[in-house]
Design a binder for this molecule. Structure first.
Ligand SMILES: [Zn+2]
Length: 336
């Protein structure tokens, strides 16, 4: 292998990437943050929750019978169909156990990847944030969805749950989410984990999936496991055996996890991560064509998933937008 040959290959590769309009040295957050629509191809995720991307994403409708999506301007209602169907199911099952409906926060960008702001993970379309505030009976206006904030479940700025805010329905929605096979783990504030440890009766095995983590006092973070259509998805190690109400939880109530780190703050991963750090397939994901419209790949609202395959260039069989299970849906409601 000569040097000239190697150089030729490099130049050829660079030319190819330049033709696609992206360079591997570009910041990944800029490239993925600019994507307005998903890659219209069969769903597949590549990489890890905090370093990856996905294709064939679908959006959850802004409004469903038992959910409302928040912060619509962020365009983060996108996920792998596996996650979107879990959210629909949770919204229905939640209503049956006393949770009025889901206020859905960030899911992923249309093609995943790191974001311009917030979140280290949420890159594969397999993570979603659900507010601890149940959905109100009224439809929230688009404008209000930008402004209203969730309510912290903690008392003051302490580490413990405010008992005036915690209800059996909070436990029930977490229990329901944890009961799904697809749900790999749920992140909550340590104070909330402690509340569950102290109060849950009956079957407690589901507590294993509920893990304490910084933040997560305004919302819980639901993560589904790698879909079978994605051999390039890197799963996370299963949570340790047991309920997790042990020394590992007690650690959160020491000073250590809350101590400010000394020295200069390290830059956040998303601020330095280049496209070359992501799985190679993510370059291809950026170059894939978009679907005809957002509505064509929106689930649970006006967009009919069954028609999505017809509006893209791919053959119907190759387009796995279809596997999203159909649920009975109401007529789409106009935005107030
Ligand atoms: Zn999250």
């Amino acid at each position: 292998m000569t040097r000239a040959w190697f150089r030729g290959v490099l130049i050829g590769l660079a030319a190819l990437l330049a033709a696609e309009g992206v360079s591997a040295e570009q910041l990944a957050k800029t490239a993925f943050g600019a994507m307005k629509l998903p890659a219209a191809t069969k769903p597949e995720v590549f990489g890890f929750y905090s370093k990856g991307c996905f294709q064939g994403g679908v959006a959850i409708a802004t409004d469903g019978p038992h959910w409302q999506a928040m912060r619509l301007s962020r365009n983060r209602r996108w996920g792998h169909p596996r996650l979107i169907s879990v959210l629909e199911r949770l919204s229905r099952d939640g209503a049956a156990v006393g949770w009025n409906g889901l206020l859905i926060g960030d899911i992923s960008q249309p093609r995943g990847g790191p974001m311009l702001t917030g979140h280290a993970s949420h890159q594969l379309g397999l993570d979603a944030d659900i507010w601890f505030t149940p959905m109100p009976d009224k439809r929230i206006s688009r404008d209000e969805r930008e402004k209203v904030s969730a309510v912290s479940m903690l008392k003051g700025d302490g580490l413990y749950v405010d008992d005036r805010l915690w209800t059996p329905a909070h436990e029930a929605i977490l229990r329901t989410a944890a009961s799904y096979r697809e749900v790999e783990r749920i992140l909550v504030h340590p104070g909330i984990k402690k509340k569950l440890c102290d109060t849950v009766t009956g079957d407690r095995s589901w507590l294993r999936k509920v893990r304490p983590f910084w933040g997560h006092n305004y919302h819980f973070h639901l993560r589904v496991s790698c879909p079978s259509d994605s051999p390039g998805c890197k799963g996370q190690e299963a949570p340790p055996k047991g309920e997790g109400c042990d020394a590992s939880l007690a650690w959160w109530f020491t000073d250590e996890p809350w101590r400010k780190s000394e020295g200069p703050e390290k830059p956040k991963a998303r601020d330095v991560m280049k496209l070359s750090a992501l799985p190679a397939a993510c370059m291809k994901v950026l170059a894939e064509p978009s679907p005809a419209s957002e509505a064509a790949v929106t689930v649970g609202g006006k967009g009919d998933v069954a028609t999505a395959s017809a509006t893209t260039a791919k053959p119907v069989e190759a387009n796995a937008f279809a596997p999203v299970p159909k649920v009975p849906l109401p007529e789409p409601r106009p935005q107030p």
